[in-house]
Design a protein around this ligand. Structure first.
Ligand code: B1M
Length: 215
């Protein structure tokens, strides 16, 4: 049986939760590389969902169903990604800042880092500034990811960075920020090291950053 990863994307777009999981399992059974299933199947589908949402061609309940389909399939895929591709890339702590309940983009970013071999500690949504600082002290990650979807919660990102400075650990971790209202300029303004416009590019941005620091 040959597996068409487009079927996975299409089922994500249609929010067919059972089908996405089934096709993901079928692809794994057929020994398709987990990274291909993620990139060419699940994330390709979610990218289109994001575009349709932006264009007003999809509504929130549909978007949430698509995300649920993706995250259920990720339960199947995740162990394979970590087993097959864990390359000791490092540790990432990621979370959505205080006052903000949005987690779909943050979880996509977390999945991309997991897929790239990072050990990911996902703190969840609505996390107080101190929780990020404590997590950096405890887990000693190479990367701290902050996500915000609301203009009202974006300032928490700069506050986390200031709290890291106050705790004397700012230089121990690279901070990457993301989320729909966040920009490259904003990252510079608050002293973040990196900004990612989407979950798909976040890993490459981090990799390039560390490569440049080595040279
Ligand atoms: Co809310 N919401 N929401 N919402 N919500 C937005 C963000 C909004 C733009 C909708 C709108 O008005 N058009 C608006 C914000 C306006 C603003 O601040 N300028 C808004 C609002 C106002 C609100 C409430 C205040 C609504 C209310 O109650 N009156 C409320 C706030 C709750 C709170 O957080 N305190 C609220 C609530 C909710 C739900 C709970 C219902 C739900 C969230 C469910 C969940 O996340 N589990 C929800 C949703 C779904 C949305 C929209 C529709 C979709 C967000 C999403 O998941 N997109 C959103 C409208 C929109 O974005 N067009 C909206 C898909 C996701 C893949 O994209 O999260 O942007 P995104 O992630 C992208 C990139 O940003 C990036 O990668 C992803 C793509 O690959 N990225 C990162 C994100 N984080 C990253 C981190 C990284 C790297 C990349 O590294 C660390």
């Amino acid at each position: 049986m040959s597996i068409d990863l487009g079927k996975i994307s299409e089922s994500v777009i249609q929010g067919k939760i059972d089908d996405v999981s089934k096709y993901t399992q079928d692809a794994l059974d057929e020994k398709v590389a987990p990274a291909s299933i993620l990139n060419e199947g699940l994330l390709a589908g979610m990218d289109i969902v994001g575009q349709r949402w932006k264009n007003g061609d999809m509504f929130m309940p549909e978007v949430l169903r698509c995300a649920k389909a993706m995250s259920q399939a990720m339960e199947i895929l995740r162990p394979e990604l970590t087993e097959g591709e864990m390359g000791g890339a490092g540790t990432m702590v990621i979370g959505t800042v205080a006052g903000d309940l949005h987690d779909i983009g943050k979880d996509l970013a977390a999945m991309m880092f997991e897929g790239a071999g990072y050990k990911v500690i996902n703190l969840g949504i609505d996390q107080p500034n101190e929780t990020f600082v404590e997590a950096v002290k405890e887990h000693k990650p190479t990367v701290l990811g902050l996500s915000a979807l609301l203009t009202t919660t974006m300032p928490r990102m700069g506050e986390v960075i200031n709290s890291l400075k106050e705790a004397g650990i700012r230089d121990k971790v690279a901070v990457i920020i993301g989320g729909a209202p966040v920009t490259e300029e904003y990252a510079e303004e608050i002293g973040a090291d990196l900004y990612a416009p989407n979950a798909g590019t976040a890993v490459d941005i981090v990799k390039k950053y560390f490569e440049n620091r080595k040279n």
